[in-house]
Design a protein around this ligand. Structure first.
Ligand SMILES: Cc1ncc(COP(=O)(O)O)c(C=O)c1O
Length: 356
């Protein structure tokens, strides 16, 4: 039985988007592919508020996240860490043999602009990484305020993971001055996994030219060179790029601002429901994600049992990630999930609890 996904990726995929993946294959060095690639990247530029380049990588996001540090750290990197994915990015940076320090906030808490300023003013770093929307905790760090701080440090590469916020919350790449902004499509875009979307600023591309050991698959200069011909360095996942084109049409038809507003409304609805059931919210007020909500299991509810019963009824529910498993739970409200879908989920959960 197909189950309805309320987890923060992979997410539900609309049937029109799935259908777009079954169109006949084409060669990726053909004019037809270049036209598809250009159509898709032009639409992505609208969603990302950028006139710069948008690249497509046949990988999940972590490929590009690893690529970003390999391309842009020449001296030392500071990884801001406030959850599982930002912690992992620090580990990945070190595994690449790159000198790096982690600056930690407690899981669930945001990265604040003053933390960024304090680290960068040491003069030790030429690159920083930050996760905009920590999917492990449902915490959204204040990217606009952090971007203001980053304006004081124009020589430090500003590398941002928007994996679970891109296309579900406004991220204005050019205004914010992001050097790299990356997401995978199995989150707020609402596509099957296997494709990542990213931007690289011209300043970052210029810097990459003098970075040794960029490797090949995620060498940003290879992406830039191929982008001139609306193409990719290696064979791309063409079926998925067709699907992304169809989904971008759906996104633009809904309206980008309207889409962000729908996500914010669903976040508000989910927060209210969680509080009404006597739980607390994991992230502090003002820093709660618009694409997923994390509740604190303050009532010590049997979340494993709930997950199992929901699964029997055809719903996939998440009982927390990593070291906060069962201490928290996450409800994703991203991509094509509608407020009515949440009503439905909440009713089923209430009926399960009523049985106990
Ligand atoms: C914030 C964040 N960063 C990175 C990742 C890793 O993305 P991927 O699995 O596409 O490499 C995830 C996956 O859930 C995520 O939520």
């Amino acid at each position: 039985m197909a189950k309805k996904l309320f987890i923060p990726g992979p997410v539900e995929v609309h049937q029109d988007v799935l259908n777009a993946m079954s169109v006949p294959m084409m060669g990726h060095r053909s004019a037809d592919y270049a036209a598809l690639h250009q159509r898709v990247t032009d639409k992505l530029k609208k969603v990302l508020y950028t006139e710069g380049r948008v690249f497509l990588s046949t990988s999940s996001a972590f490929g590009v996240m690893e690529g970003a540090v390999r391309n842009l750290v020449q001296k030392r990197c500071v990884n801001f860490c406030n959850g599982a994915f930002s912690d992992k990015w620090h580990d990945v940076t070190k595994r690449c043999g790159i000198e790096a320090d982690a600056v930690h906030a407690e899981w669930g808490k945001p990265i604040l602009p003053e933390m960024v300023d304090e680290a960068l003013k040491t003069g030790k770093y030429d690159a920083m990484t930050i996760v905009h929307n920590e999917t492990s905790t449902g915490t959204m760090s204040p990217l606009e305020e952090i971007a203001e701080v980053m304006k004081e440090y124009p020589d430090i590469s500003f590398i941002v993971d928007t994996v679970s916020s891109m296309s579900g919350a406004k991220v204005e790449v050019d205004i914010l001055g992001l050097d790299v902004c990356v997401a995978s499509v199995q989150k707020a875009f609402g596509l099957p996994p296997g494709l990542a979307v990213f931007t690289v600023s011209e300043k970052a591309l210029e810097k990459a030219k003098s970075t040794p050991n960029r490797g090949y698959y995620f060498d940003f200069l290879e992406f830039a060179k191929n982008d001139e011909k609306h193409n990719t360095p290696s064979t791309p996942c063409i079926s998925q790029i067709h699907a992304l084109g169809v989904q971008l049409d759906r996104i633009l038809k809904e309206g980008i601002e309207e889409r962000f507003a729908r996500h914010a409304k669903m976040a508000e609805k989910t927060r209210e429901w969680i509080l009404s059931k006597g739980f607390e919210l994991f992230a502090p007020e003002g820093y709660r994600s618009n694409t997923l909500t994390s509740g604190k299991n303050s009532k010590d509810a049997d979340l494993e049992g709930l997950k199992k019963k929901l699964s029997e009824r055809g719903y996939v529910f998440d009982n927390g990630y990593g070291k906060i498993k069962n201490k928290t739970f996450r409800i994703a409200h991203m991509a094509d999930i509608m407020p009515e879908d949440l009503d439905d989920l909440f009713k089923v959960i209430e009926s399960i609890w009523a049985e106990n």
